[in-house]
Ligand binder design. Sequence first.
Ligand SMILES: *Cc1c(COP(=O)(O)O)cnc(C)c1O
Length: 447
Amino acid sequence: MKLYSTNLQAEEVSFETALIEGLAPDRGLYMPKALPYFSEEELTSMKDKPYPEIAFQVLKKILAGEIDEESLKEITYDAYDYEVPLEKVDDITYIMRLDRGPTASFKDFAARMMARLMQYYLKKENRQLTILTATSGDTGSAVAHAFYGLDNIRVIVLFPQGEVSERQRKQMTTLGKNITALSIGGKFDDCQAMVKQAFADEELKHLNLSSANSINIGRLVPQSIYYFYAYVKLRDYPEEMIVSIPSGNFGNMMGCVLAKNMGVPIKRILASVNENDEFPCFIDSGKYAKLAPSKNCLSNAMNVGHPSNLSRLIAIYGGEMDEKGNINQMPDMGKLRQDIFSISVTDQQTKTVMKEFFDEYGILIEPHGAVGIKGLRDYRELSMDNTLAVTLETAHPAKFPGEVRLVIGIEPELPESLKRTEAGEEYMQSLNTDYIQFREYILNNFK
Ligand SMILES: *Cc1c(COP(=O)(O)O)cnc(C)c1O
């Protein structure tokens, strides 16, 4: 498996290098040069397999030659030891609940796999790493939990103060040990910019910085697996399905694009976004303009004004976009529009759907999942396309108790994993968005 950088100015690298480095030296994102293809037989053979086995089958082919099969099998069974329910809404609609991992968001799927793959390579070479990551809410907790307690990896996580829920914050700040939480007086995009700058900073080279953001290819690849899973559980080859994905940085959606490219019969990918509508505007107009600053919406993990995975999407459709969002070569917009449909959902619509869904079906969803459902509803209304659809619930409703209480009037029950963090003592450091001050802090506290 060889990977190239979306900025096209860096050497091709192995999976291990891309995983450990995170960002390419030309500041582009790593993308696989080629993907394996799964035949009808291979897909059909997964039908009755449990989630970790499907993960093993998919990764075995993608990572052929990069890791021995026995270790990979161990890793997939260890990472995916929780349920992945497919909840029926009606004959043509299912909700895939990706909220049953240890931090109750879909980010557990990627973070747990990435941490274990990194651990595998670091152990082999006896190396040390510092993970530096920015979060708009759920990445940080998933990443912190995924790496918690590992000896040769430490984690520094930056989150926008006041833009994450109390519960999300506690999931990052109550761990301690090798996990450091930094509360930044700015927005998610500021946190992301500071992290990107640190990666390019020669003075921090000795820390062996690595990213665990959705920019890391080790996060992206595992996010293709649950699309295989949903497909084989719900469909018979060559039936098609539609997927609606509540999206922010588009890591989740890129996982779906990879799955489609590997042969999963996905007819249409719905990128459902909140009021940060730079992507649907791009699809409509063919002109890209990032939103700065990003808008604060209820679905706070999706408050992204310039999705970092966009350059990967553009790359896979034959174009080139740099890290600032300038498109140097246009992708095949015809093909892109055929595969991907994007809808912006307002906060008001999000609330309405949460309420209607609870009243109509007795199904409790939180704001991110509601954006996905509304995107699907709008798509069906516009296209009259009644192909079976899977819409993703990306977090557990108990992560957003305030919103659920306000809109539906009930108290969501806390899963066991979240109960434990409620009581813990918080450790965090507050900083503003000044990069120099941030660098001083890092240099003083991490040797
Ligand atoms: C991160 C996150 C998203 C957005 O996922 P992307 O891969 O960044 O598009 C959606 N919902 C929840 C709950 C999240 O934590």
